[in-house]
Write a protein that binds this ligand. Structure first.
Ligand code: PLP
Length: 457
C-alpha cells in the first residue's frame, strides 16, 4: 500500500478544522481555509498526502538547514532515548549531551563566547536575554539599567517578552504589550527609507536612531540593544554595510550590551556559523534556536560572552531562571549530529563560496519578471517585492490596492507549481531554503518561482 492510499486526507482535514487551532491564524476562517496535510520530507522536498512533491523554499520555518530525513540524526536521537531519555542540569546534576554540546558551541562560536545557557526555543531564548541583561546590570551595581532597545518590524518570538521585543503592532495589541522597559527604533530598510541617499549614508542614518533613542531614554537607563543581523520574518531586511559597525560603535560608546538574535541567521544561513560574523560585529550575547538542530528537535539557547559571564561568575548570586527542558538530552544529541553534518559536508563554507553566490545570481535575475520590483538575497535568505507596474525603482515600491492578498495569491500559485515561499504584508515574498540545495535544485526552485509569478500576472 502506498502512502497516499493509507492516508485519508479528507478525514484529517475535517479533524484539523474541528479541533486544531493553528498558530498565527484567523479562527473565523478556519472552515474555509483547508490545510494541506504534509506527510513526508526528504532533502529539500516535502510531500503532501495527495502525493504532491514541493520544494521547501522556507526550510520549514527557517530551520531545516541540513534538509529533511537525515538518518544519522534519527539514529542519534533513538540511541539517546534508550540511554537517557530525559534529565536536567538543575541542582548539581548535568548530563553528557548538554556538556558536549556546550563545549561544541563554544568551539564554533566567536572567541568572546565561552558559556551557553540552554532553552527550548527562540522565544525562550529572548526571554532569557531580557532577564539575563537586567540581572547583569543589577550585579554591576546599576539596577536602573532596565531598558532594552529593539526594532520595529523585527521578530523575536511569541512569548510576552519575545513579542514585546519584536516590534509588531498586531502582536502588541494582544495582551497589553510591550512589557515595561522595552522601546523600539526603526528598521534599516533601504527600500522604505533610502530615497535620495546612498545605502552607506542610509545605514549610518538608521544606526543613528539608536543613539537618539539612548539619549532620549537616558544612557544610564539602557541595558541592551537587540537585533537580528538580517530581519527575517519582518521581510529579509538586508542592512547596508555601514549599519552594524555603527551600531556596535554606539553600543560601545555608551557601554550598552549588544545582543544578536541569531535564531534565523545562525548555523550557516549567511555562510558563517553566525550572522554577526558576516557583518564583522562582536555581540555580547547571541540567541540561537532553529538551525542548531535543523528543526529535528526543539532546542535553543543563549551564548553568553565573557563580559557578562565573567561578571556573573565573579559577583555571584542566583540567576532565578531556567526551564524543565533547558538542554534536553534529545535536543542536544540532535544538535551535535546536525553540527557534525554541517562540518563534514562543509555546508557553511559552500553557502559562503559556492551555493550562496549561485543562488544570489539566479534569484536576483527574477527582478526582470514584470511582477517583480526588486529581488534581494544575502546568503540563503531572499525577498521579492511584487509591484503593480514594471519600472518601479527600488525607492518607488508601488503596492497593490489589496496588499496582502496579491502576495497570498502569488504564494498559492507557487504552492501549486511545487515550491513554498512565505508571503508577508506589503507584497513581499520570502525565501529561506535548506542550506543543502545543489545548483540543480536552485535552478528548479527559481523555475518554479517563475511559474508561480507567471500564473499571478
Ligand atoms: N527570533 C527570531 C529571529 C525568529 O525568527 C524566531 C522565530 O521565527 C524567534 C526568535 C522565535 O523562535 P521560536 O519560534 O523558536 O520561539
Amino acid at each position: 500500500m502506498n502512502m497516499r492510499e493509507s492516508i485519508n486526507t479528507q478525514r484529517l482535514q475535517a479533524l484539523d478544522s474541528a479541533h486544531h487551532l493553528h498558530p498565527f491564524a484567523d479562527y473565523r476562517l478556519k472552515d474555509s481555509q483547508i490545510s494541506r496535510v504534509i506527510v513526508k520530507g526528504e532533502g529539500a522536498y516535502i510531500w503532501d498526502s495527495e502525493g504532491n512533491r514541493l520544494l521547501d523554499g522556507m526550510a520549514g520555518l527557517w530551520c531545516m538547514n541540513v534538509g529533511y530525513g537525515r538518518k544519522s540524526i534519527a539514529d542519534a536521537v533513538h540511541a539517546q532515548m534508550l540511554q537517557l531519555t530525559y534529565y536536567n542540569s538543575f541542582f548539581q546534576t548535568t548530563h553528557v549531551p548538554a556538556v558536549e554540546l556546550a563545549a561544541k558551541l563554544v568551539q564554533i562560536s566567536p572567541p568572546q563566547f565561552n558559556h551557553v545557557f540552554f532553552v527550548g526555543s527562540g522565544s525562550e531564548g529572548n526571554d532569557t536575554i531580557v532577564r539575563l541583561v537586567r540581572h547583569y546590570w543589577d550585579k554591576q551595581g546599576s539596577p536602573e539599567r532596565q531598558v532594552i532597545i529593539s526594532r520595529l518590524n523585527s521578530y523575536h518570538g511569541s512569548t510576552m517578552a519575545g513579542a514585546s521585543l519584536g516590534g509588531w503592532p498586531s502582536m502588541h495589541k494582544q495582551g497589553g504589550l510591550p512589557i515595561p522597559g522595552i522601546v523600539h527604533i526603526g528598521q534599516p530598510s533601504y527600500l522604505e527609507g533610502g530615497k535620495g541617499k546612498t545605502p552607506e549614508e542610509f545605514g549610518l542614518e538608521a544606526a543613528s536612531w539608536l543613539e537618539h533613542k539612548i539619549l532620549e531614554v537616558g544612557a544610564d537607563k539602557v541595558a541592551a540593544f537587540i537585533g537580528e543581523p538580517v530581519q527575517g520574518a519582518g521581510g529579509v531586511i538586508v542592512p547596508p554595510s555601514t549599519y552594524w559597525p555603527e551600531i556596535q560603535r554606539i553600543c560601545n560608546k555608551y557601554g550598552i550590551l549588544l545582543v544578536a538574535d541569531e535564531v534565523v541567521c545562525g548555523f550557516g544561513r549567511l555562510g558563517h556559523w553566525f550572522g554577526s560574523e558576516y557583518f564583522g560585529i562582536s555581540p555580547d550575547l547571541i540567541t540561537f534556536a532553529k538551525g542548531v538542530t535543523s528543526g529535528y528537535v526543539p532546542l535553543g539557547g543563549v551564548l553568553v560572552g565573557d563580559r557578562v559571564a565573567n561578571a556573573l561568575i565573579e559577583k555571584g548570586g542566583e540567576f532565578n531562571h531556567g526551564y524543565t527542558y533547558s538542554g534536553h538530552p534529545i535536543g542536544c544529541v540532535a544538535a551535535l549530529e546536525n553540527i557534525r553534518i554541517l562540518e563534514e559536508e562543509k555546508i557553511v563554507d559552500r553557502v559562503r563560496t559556492d551555493s550562496g553566490p549561485y543562488l544570489q545570481k539566479k534569484f536576483e535575475a527574477l527582478a526582470s519578471h514584470p511582477l517583480v520590483g526588486s529581488a534581494e538575497t544575502i546568503g540563503f535568505l531572499g525577498g521579492l517585492n511584487l509591484v503593480k507596474h514594471k519600472g518601479a525603482t527600488v525607492h518607488e515600491h508601488i503596492p497593490f490596492e489589496s496588499a496582502l492578498s496579491v502576495g497570498m495569491i502569488c504564494r498559492a500559485h507557487m504552492f501549486d507549481s511545487g515550491v513554498i515561499m512565505r508571503a508577508i504584508p506589503g507584497d513581499r515574498l520570502l525565501m529561506s531554503p535548506p542550506l543543502t540545495l545543489t545548483h540543480a535544485e536552485i535552478d528548479e526552485m527559481i523555475k518554479l518561482i517563475g511559474l508561480g509569478l507567471d500564473q499571478t500576472l
